[in-house]
Design a protein around this ligand. Structure first.
Ligand code: FMN
Length: 283
């Protein structure tokens, strides 16, 4: 399959077969992560491979109980690693203060995602599937404790991988015209914005299960794997909050705005525990 078709057909996979990934493929995953572009080619990246039962179980817990993390035969923890670089600079009689520099942080996080996406595409081309697990960023302290991650290293993204048993269909995306701007940014008006998202999700249907397949595929997958009644709980919450449209569903049920903002404190505290002062301003 050509690369365009491969990328267009890729879906996040959460239903994995009970099948190991050959060592030669795992080695290729690590190789393509290491071959990814990197700002200044500094490569502030470390990857922890999690394959044993205990490590998988802990990772599933720390991802907020996502069952596919436990089932995936391999999860790769992508760490933003300034420990190695700071030490190297020190050994070379100079100084690296990436942990204090927003510039270094942003570039390093982009590096990390470029590396992870290389793995996603290679996996897809080899008949494997993957899913990002971003929720681990809410548990940086516990992640660092369990996986013995030192100071100046932040585990910020996980990619769970395995052979797909099934793949979700019809995940909605914005039309390409919506994300496209020619030469300069063209500010969309209210009607265009409303239409862009209505086109993407459709209206909230009477048949909530069908709606959730499009708008909250994780709930459908969780129900299938090991959380019966998950959808029932989502439906109840939708009723309780009187959800009338897609935006309300996203920002009241899935990512309640107050909770998301409140998480700042927790995440920034974890950053500080790891020696990062990225978001403070000094004259
Ligand atoms: C940064 C990032 C974090 C994500 N975190 C999670 C996660 O914690 N759990 C999960 O099941 N999927 C996660 N996903 C997958 C998205 O839910 C998925 O990409 C989205 O629903 C679109 O579906 P698709 O990947 O099949 O196109 C994440 C994706 C990205 C890019």
């Amino acid at each position: 399959m050509d690369v365009y078709s491969l990328m267009m057909k890729r879906r996040s996979i959460r239903d994995f077969k009970d099948q190991e990934i050959p060592e030669s493929i795992v080695e290729q995953f690590v190789a393509v992560a290491g071959a990814a572009p990197s700002g200044g080619n500094i490569q502030p990246l470390s990857v922890i491979l999690v394959r044993d039962a205990e490590g998988r179980e802990r990772l599933a817990e720390l991802s907020g109980g996502q069952p596919w993390v436990r089932k995936a035969p391999l999860s790769m923890i992508f760490c933003l690693d300034f420990f190695r670089i700071k030490k190297w600079a020190e050994l070379c009689q100079t100084e690296f203060q990436g942990e204090k520099a927003l510039n270094h942080f942003l570039i390093a996080y982009a590096d990390l995602m470029a590396a992870a996406q290389n793995v996603v595409i290679l996996a897809e081309s080899l008949g494997l599937g993957s899913v990002y697990i971003g929720s681990v960023q809410n548990e940086i302290d516990e992640m660092r404790k369990y996986y013995e991650i030192p100071e100046y290293v932040l585990p910020l993204m996980v990619l769970s991988l395995g052979y797909p048993k099934s793949a979700p269909q019809g995940i909605p995306k914005l039309k390409k015209e919506v994300i496209l701007h020619q030469e300069k940014y063209r500010k969309p008006d209210d009607g265009e914005i409303r239409k862009a998202f209505d086109d993407k999700y459709g209206v909230i249907e009477e048949n909530v299960e069908k709606y959730l397949e499009k708008a909250y595929v994780e709930a459908v997958e969780a129900e299938k794997l090991d959380s019966p009644k998950y959808i029932e709980r989502v439906k109840k919450e939708m009723k309780r909050l009187d959800i009338r449209n897609n935006a309300q569903f996203l920002f009241k049920v899935r990512y309640p705005t107050k909770v998301m903002v409140r998480l700042n404190g927790r995440i920034l505290q974890s950053f500080r525990h790891a020696g990062f002062e990225t978001f403070s301003v000094k004259d």
